[in-house]
Each structure stands twice: as C-alpha cells, then as structure tokens.
Ligand binder design. Sequence first.
Ligand code: SF4
Length: 97
Amino acid sequence: MRIGRKHLMLDTSWQEFSNCLGVDPDLFFPERGASTREAKEVCRGCVVKDDCLEFALANGEKFGIWGGMSERERRRIRRQRALDRQAAALTASAESA
Ligand code: SF4
C-alpha cells in the first residue's frame, strides 16, 4: 500500500518490496460490504505483510486492507494488544506490591 505523509511511523522502506506495487489501490479500499478477497489474495504472498500490518496499527489506519487484514480484523488485534498490556501492567504492579 503506498503511503502518504500524514503517517506517524516514517520508515516506509518496506514498501519497495510490496506485492501491491502497481496494483490498483482501489482494490485495497473496497466499498462497505464488498469483498476483500482479491486484495487479501495479493497480500497473502507479500514478503512485507508484517511490516505493512504493523505500520497500519501504529498509524491507526481505519480504512482499507493492510497486511492482509481488514479494519475489523485490525481492531480486534488492537483490542487484544490493549488487553495484553493491561494484564501485564496488573501483573507487574501485583509483583511489586
Ligand atoms: S501486505 Fe498487502 S497491502 Fe501491505 S504491502 Fe503487502 S500487498 Fe500491499
């Protein structure tokens, strides 16, 4: 996915190796309710899939397919990571008490 300047995480060197170079960007921003299958198929074999996903998570990308995941799938990851951080913080404070 090509990235504009508004993003916070600046290392975008991974983009050079993306599977979606030259692919119509609209494919990765399907209309609400439209299939994401084709975009995810492009992402499936992408060697920078993890970088792309982490970029989207770090920059709070709300739209489109990034790292082979939809908005909903990324929200789930963000929620799970937040819960993991809370649990780790509670464990750390319980151990130091
Ligand atoms: S994971 Fe998908 S959207 Fe991200 S760089 Fe690769 S092909 Fe493009």
